[in-house]
Design a protein around this ligand. Sequence first.
Ligand SMILES: Nc1ncnc2c1ncn2[C@@H]1O[C@H](COP(=O)(O)OP(=O)(O)OP(=O)(O)O)[C@@H](O)[C@H]1O
Ligand SMILES: [Mg+2]
Length: 458
Amino acid sequence: MSRAAVLIVEDDKIMRQSLADALEDEGYQVVAVAGGGEGAVALEQGEFGLVITDVRLPDVSGLAILKKARQIDPAIQVIVITGYGSIEDAVAAMRAGAFDYVTKPFDLEAMLLTVARAVEHHRLTQENIRLRRQVSTYFDTSAIIGDSPPMRRLYALLERVCRTDSTVLLLGESGTGKELVASTIHYQSDRRQGPFVAVNCAALPEGLIESELFGHEKGAFTGANARRAGRFELAHQGTIFLDEIGDVPLPTQVKLLRVLEERAFERVGGGETLEVDVRVVAATNKDLQAEVQAGRFREDLFYRLNVIPIELPPLRERAEDIPLLVDHFTARFNDRFGRRVRFSSGAVAALCRYGFPGNVRELINLVERAVALADGDTVELADLPPHVRGAKERVPLRPLAAVTAEAEQRHIQRILAFTGGNRTQAAKLLGISRKTLWEKMRLHGLEDQGRAETHRTT
Ligand SMILES: Nc1ncnc2c1ncn2[C@@H]1O[C@H](COP(=O)(O)OP(=O)(O)OP(=O)(O)O)[C@@H](O)[C@H]1O
Ligand SMILES: [Mg+2]
């Protein structure tokens, strides 16, 4: 693109012409009109980056032109020309979103500088809008830290889940990030403009949970002095996050089932049936199937919720993410406490060995405590709480030879199964001699797996 097109709206012919000439000399594409009516038509037809308009025009005000321009394209910049001394016009224009104002009579050089700044501002605004659009179409999991294979699998699954509107059931131990993932699902889905409403079902006393979820009418029960909207109503066109779903009492489960099936419900004490458009994400750290077995959770509700189950891995199964998380949260608490603390490699190694029964939440608390209490700038192994410091190596370190031998054994077994025990074929597929194969089979205790062709009975 060459330079942005400029629209000039100015009734004074001499001023209009000289400004247009000057801008054209600078390489701008210029359209110059004498009145607001013509200006509006030009705006609708052309693509302008900048409008320069007189505030006082014979037909409409310059402010109306400004509003019209902004309405057509929010990136358009507007410079208003005000009469000498009419500061109120200038203030009103700036309030309405003008880029700048110049007072008559103006110095052409100064005007050209203002135009250059406005055009640059327009370019940046457009760029910004374009980038924001791009970002919102890419899948963004940057709030979730972790690069381990289980987390990568989680991201891939989330990306697909966000493109659907299906009910999701998040499973995982306490502190594994269920709430974080629930909000990610909402903000990465097409419902991101709608509300994300989280309800902690375990925190609500049995008597209140229904009114909390579905709302109530005035006088529905003692203390209900006004009609109140429930969480489902508030989540209309958005996502409702039913946390600790395993703690919902049985009578409420029936009503939840109906909402899931029909997206319809009544407020407590009300007869009117309300319909909502919500996506449901539920979470629990209970074993729901066991709860069903025990008669504490309705089986039909379980199946309604279990459309897309997502299991969040405990931290101990992705220990390679621990250094990343420690870094991330150390930076956060350094910021918050105005410190410059770091963890020594010995301390990080100890954290990687520790089992973290409280998962990421426990790690965050541990890092916060360490940063807040650190004597100097380094958290040493000795600064960690004893139960963390003393954690035993959980994954036994094995020499490479042991790992390769195991893989070799498994592979030979698989190939022999494939050839139906035919050693000649197996040796060929493995790219080794029959003799080497036989030796390896003996080494791995696989003698009885293969059969020499001469002994074949079939
Ligand atoms: N992968 C992660 N990356 C960054 N922060 C995380 C991650 N997982 C969890 N967190 C953070 O850890 C804390 C606990 O996570 P969250 O509340 O989502 O856990 P939860 O699974 O809902 O736990 P609970 O079952 O106890 O409610 C939150 O502050 C959350 O932001
Ligand atoms: Mg939670």
